[in-house]
Design a protein around this ligand. Structure first.
Ligand SMILES: [Zn+2]
Length: 241
């Protein structure tokens, strides 16, 4: 496959090729179409991006200031400039996507665990990051970046990441934890592999959880910037298998 940049060695001995990420930064040479939706007054245009249909208001002078050529009802603008004008929409879209990915991740985590062989066979699945909104409560240990594959490996190899709950005899798989190594106050959150319930709990001694996880996470710290699939792509792959 193209763009192989590194090899990732898993705990089970498998070696996976890692791929470079495609750049998502706007291309300054690429122009995009922007429509003039309305002219609310003499000085302003309400413009609309052709891809998403989002609208925003700009001062007319920005057209000439940026040396853009106004055509019949539209103009072409560099992608980077369009990004600036529609940045709020872009951020809102990303936030919505992240929320959806987070839900999809949680709803499918046991499905992922059941198909861990697939995730252990492709770095793009192994390196899917844990959704931000899942880990945002991690006040002190939020700096331990985990990926889907790492989570599955931890459950397979680190007993501290498995716990129990009183409602049934299933194993609770810890998905994230938050706390202070200084005070020891902490909590973990996980999912029961038998009854599928979301469970919260805490360890008797916090270091028994964060020390092994922190040590383990260092194994992969050099690989986190390589290309990864989205949660949606993995869910679709499993549905079509
Ligand atoms: Zn249970």
């Amino acid at each position: 496959m193209e763009n192989i940049k590194a090899q990732l060695k898993l705990l089970n001995g498998t070696t996976l090729d890692c791929y470079t990420k495609e750049s998502s930064t706007p291309d300054p040479k690429r122009n995009v179409i922007i429509y003039i939706a309305r002219m609310p007054d003499e000085d302003h245009y309400i413009i609309e991006d052709a891809t998403y249909g989002n609208q925003t208001t700009i001062h007319k002078s920005l057209i000439s200031d940026n040396h853009l050529e106004l055509k019949e009802g539209y103009f072409l603008a560099p992608q980077s400039l369009a990004h600036t004008w529609f940045e709020d929409f872009h951020k809102a879209r990303i936030k919505k996507q992240q929320k959806q990915e987070s839900l999809l991740f949680i709803n499918n985590i046991l499905n992922f665990y059941a198909h861990k062989d697939l995730i252990y066979s492709d770095s793009r699945y192994f390196l899917i990051p844990l959704p931000d909104s899942l880990t945002s409560g991690m006040a002190y240990l939020g700096e331990i970046p985990l990926t889907l594959g790492m989570l599955l490996e931890l459950w397979d190899t680190e007993p501290a990441t498995i716990d129990s709950h009183s409602d049934c005899d299933g194993k609770v798989l810890i998905i994230y934890f938050a706390g202070s190594p200084l005070s020891g106050s902490h909590a973990w959150s996980g999912i029961c592999s038998k009854c599928n319930k979301r469970i919260k709990g805490h360890k008797e001694h916090f270091p028994s959880l964060w020390v092994p996880v922190g040590t383990y996470a260092k194994l992969y710290s050099n690989y986190l910037h390589y290309a990864h699939a989205t949660v949606q792509e993995l869910v679709e792959k499993l549905a079509n298998n």
